[in-house]
Design a binder for this molecule. Structure first.
Ligand code: SF4
Length: 563
């Protein structure tokens, strides 16, 4: 099915094989499949598939063939590879327990339904868009619509036959699934309060829009070594987890040039977590898209393409170091030096999620609210859209903490809207447990999962609220269904990595490896893996309660959990 007629390598704009000096610089990695070194021969099946056909081209086949002939007509390389370029993954076949995840072939795990990810760059939604998202959920996705921790919304139970109609409805309101997954620039994170916050340093929205307009869906960057994650925020709360993105632009005030962005590169979690590093460069708003494209260009051209586990930008950065990375960016991609600039200041607050009622700079208010572990459904989202509209708002934002925010609420309507949200069990003043607990997709739908996450996270919240009603500390409890880190376990106060563990009777049961003391913002760092400490799923509420009680009993004045 794959056509090689428009095989994408090397695409227009990629760096040509370099000079002798450049070759010497990267000589140690001749065998890493770096395009900039002239190595275009695919070194693994994923690279071969991308060379055989650009992932973006699968859309035509979905619309003209697969949606008409059904699931069984889908080419295997499209099914497990290229469909991601349009936000589609096969979901896990129901009834397969976590013990079989690693031993079954991928096709044995495949259901004939899809997970579909809607990208929401900057987390920005209008009432009309949220209404459409809710309607699609109810009509085509059995009501599913999870808020992800990358500001996306994710459906399940999608049939291939319905995909073109879903795209038509999304695109009619300016949304899409373009490059929501795959080895491409994924959704661009943005401050949920961009443009409205009283304390904002700079609004990054114009840069997000320009990058989206120029580069998302473009074949210039549709074949990267792996996924590429972007965050842009001018909020002093550092509210887009910039430390763990491949590239981040963080709002800073330059002493001579004014508000702009501090450039970070090379962050990422998963099985080899790395915090991003500063390049020491200050980027004005208007130059963000150009600098972004330069960094993505480096990743495309110099990124490692031999082993998937070493293909993220963080590995190249670790080998090069920040100084050399900046030099290559300036010399080969921007053709000019960047200005030096200051680091962002530490945020004044631990919570960075915009939950609660806050005044905007125009005198109106925004209201952030919390479902449990990002789980909402289509009917709830539709009701939220109607509530917002009925209270005079046309704008909402998703957050990087699986939460939602309604903007532009007049002061005299705040109480009524808050009450309406609370009536939907979307809490404006949630407990620290509801506020700080996140969970990834887990075994319900994810083919890589070993354990359940969403339902367990929701019941853990309820249990902790019942057992510890007085607990009022900021706390982050992140639950993952496997060793990947979609719910950022390494950066949580209590990170729970799903795996099978042995219970008291010697049985293999669902449980978690515990990581303690991670954090971003005030104290960036990865949680300590507590050697040998694994809890069964049944023991989880008892274990977390014990940890929190011990912390409360032993803490010094003002001490936070992670300290
Ligand atoms: Fe799936 Fe693992 Fe990611 Fe959870 S962390 S969504 S189980 S890949």
């Amino acid at each position: 099915m794959a056509s090689s007629s428009d095989s994408p390598q090397p695409p227009a704009g990629s760096a040509a094989p370099k000079t002798a000096a450049a070759r010497r610089r990267t000589g140690r990695h001749r065998g890493e499949g770096q395009w900039a070194m002239g190595h275009f021969t695919p070194l693994n099946a994923n690279e071969q598939s991308k060379k055989d056909d650009d992932g973006l081209n699968v859309r035509t086949r979905i619309e003209t063939i697969y949606a008409h002939r059904g699931f069984d007509s889908i080419d295997g390389a499209d099914l497990r590879g290229r469909m991601r370029w349009w936000g589609l993954y096969t979901q896990r076949r129901p009834g397969i327990d976590g013990g079989r995840t690693a031993v079954l072939e991928p096709e044995e795990l495949d259901d004939s339904y899809f997970m579909m990810r809607v990208r929401i760059d900057g987390g920005r939604l209008t009432v009309a868009q949220l209404r459409v998202i809710g309607e699609i959920s109810q009509e085509f996705a059995r009501g599913t619509a999870d808020l992800t921790d990358r500001q996306n919304i994710q459906y399940h139970w999608i049939r291939i036959e319905d995909v073109p109609e879903i795209w038509r409805r999304l695109e009619a309101v300016g949304l899409s699934t373009t490059e929501a997954c795959g080895d491409v620039p994924r959704v661009i994170l943005g401050s949920p309060v961009a443009g409205i916050a009283e304390d904002e340093i700079i609004d990054g929205t114009p840069a997000i829009d320009e990058i989206h307009e120029r580069y998302i869906g473009s074949k210039e960057f549709s074949n990267l070594p792996r996924k590429f994650k972007t965050a842009i925020s001018g909020s002093p709360l550092l509210d887009v987890v910039h430390e763990i993105n491949d590239i981040a632009f963080v709002g800073v005030d330059h002493p001579e040039h004014g508000p702009g962005f501090d450039l970070w590169v090379g962050g990422g979690l998963s099985t080899n977590p790395k915090l991003g590093v500063r390049l020491g460069a200050w980027v004005p708003l208007g130059e963000v898209p150009e600098v972004w494209a330069g960094v993505v260009g480096i990743f495309r051209d110099y990124g490692y393409r031999r082993l998937r586990g070493r293909a993220r930008l963080k590995f190249l950065l670790a080998d090069w170091g920040a100084e050399r990375f900046r030099q290559v960016l300036q010399d080969e991609y921007l053709k000019r030096p960047l200005l030096d600039g200051p680091a962002p200041e530490q945020p004044a607050q631990v919570w960075r999620d915009h939950i609660g009622v806050h005044r905007q700079k125009d005198g109106r208010y925004y209201i952030g609210f919390a479902p449990r572990v990002g789980r909402v459904d289509g009917s709830v989202l539709t009701k939220v859209a109607e509530l917002a509209a009925a209270h005079g708002s046309d704008r909402l934002r998703t957050t990087t903490d699986q939460k939602l925010v309604v903007l532009d609420v007049e002061e005299d309507r705040v109480a009524s809207l808050s009450a309406g949200l609370e009536a939907l069990d979307l809490q404006v003043r949630p407990s620290p447990f509801r506020r700080g607990t996140m969970a990834c997709t887990g075994i319900e739908f994810c083919k890589l999962a070993i354990v359940e996450t969403k339902a367990r996270g929701a019941s853990l919240i309820d249990e902790l609220e019942r057992r510890l009603p007085e607990f009022d500390e900021p706390i982050a409890i992140n639950i993952n269904g496997c060793p990947n880190s979609c719910a950022r376990i390494q950066t949580a106060d209590i990170g729970l990595k799903g795996q099978l563990v042995t219970d008291a009777d010697g049985n293999q049961v669902e449980g978690y490896q515990v990581h303690l003391g991670g954090g971003l913002g005030l104290d960036p760092g990865f949680g300590r893996k507590v050697r040998g400490l694994k809890v069964t799923a049944d023991q989880l509420p008892d274990y977390v309660e014990r940890v929190l009680n011990r912390f409360r009993a032993g803490r010094a004045d003002g001490e936070r959990f992670a300290q």
